[in-house]
Design a protein around this ligand. Structure first.
Ligand code: SAM
Length: 287
């Protein structure tokens, strides 16, 4: 299987998926076009709604057999089409959660004839009730103040108080804005924080994650950080080059111990670039 693991295939997932054996995959993280007319350098987000639903059913049917009995399937959608697509997947898999990703879009006027939409709908499905799920890997630690406030005897020694709480099904994570250190030139890049939480909860270490729509490569980077194997598909060759560059950076020994974290101020990112420049200069001098 070496020839398919940790590879990104520059092809239509409907064509490439046959490379993967059935019952092989621990986790599918699918972030397909949403049918909102975005420009991915192709027409994939510009289908008529009825054709979009037909196409969605087709790729979903092709991907599901690849999942192991203990495996999971997550799909990012928007409210416009999630009802039909979730209903369809429920005829094939067991639905565990609908997670709402609150993109924390700041208030700036916005629509005047409706409420502004600031969330994506993530469906979490499994093949059987025997699915892998590690809640401890994604618990959110309590801050010292909250912990102190829970001093009543009924809380003392509670595991959840020590190791943190279940992240619940509303995930408030800032979307990737233009100045974000994680930012790539892709119109709908997802934050690593979201994809990492999915992988930590639903794929064991050294397991296999398939992303049928790799975009800027977020799932591959998360897999590298978390020691999981990935297999990805992306039809736009420019995005494939972007992914390759992102992977090279993430696996470069100079970066291994400081893969950039988000939202921890600009300085650390600056340090990273200063450090890279320093080492490059050093290496050129010692040649
Ligand atoms: C919503 S974006 C994925 C973004 C990605 N999750 C990220 O964080 O960067 C969807 C991607 O699917 C790609 N795509 C569309 N149709 C495809 C197909 N049939 N096979 C493979 N990739 C496809 C598009 O080019 C686009 O980059």
């Amino acid at each position: 299987m070496e020839e398919i693991l940790n590879k990104i295939f520059n092809e239509d997932v409907l064509k490439g998926i046959s490379k993967i054996p059935d019952n092989f995959v621990d986790l599918v993280v699918a972030d397909p076009p949403y049918c909102l007319g975005k420009d991915y350098g192709n027409n994939s987000d510009k289908l008529k709604p009825e054709d979009y639903i037909k196409w969605s059913k087709k790729w979903i049917d092709a991907v599901i057999p690849k999942i192991k009995n203990t495996g999971s399937f997550y799909i990012f959608l928007t409210w416009q089409h999630s009802p039909e697509i979730f209903s369809y997947i429920k005829t094939k898999l067991i639905m565990i959660n609908e997670i709402i990703w609150d993109r924390k879009v700041p208030s700036m006027g916005g629509s005047t004839r409706k409420f502004s939409s600031v969330h994506d709908n993530i469906g979490f499905f499994v093949k059987t009730k025997d699915y892998y799920f590690d809640i401890d890997a994604v618990r959110i630690p309590y801050d010292a103040e909250t912990k102190k406030a829970r001093t009543r005897s009924i809380f003392v020694g509670k595991k959840w108080l020590e190791i943190g709480y279940n992240p619940k099904d509303l995930w408030s994570v800032t979307r990737i804005h233009a100045e974000d250190p994680e930012r790539e030139t892709h119109p709908t890049q997802k934050p690593l924080e979201i994809v990492e939480r999915i992988i930590n909860a639903s794929c064991p270490e050294q397991g296999v994650v398939v992303d049928p729509f790799m975009g800027s490569g977020t799932t591959a980077i998360a897999c590298i950080k978390l020691k999981r194997n990935y297999i990805g598909f992306e039809i736009n060759s420019n995005y494939c080059e972007m992914i390759e560059e992102r992977i090279n950076k993430a696996t470069n020994p100079l970066f291994l111990f400081i893969i950039p974290e988000r939202n921890n101020g600009g300085n650390e990112q600056q340090d990273l670039f200063d450090y890279e420049e320093l080492v490059t200069k050093y290496l050129s001098e010692v040649k």
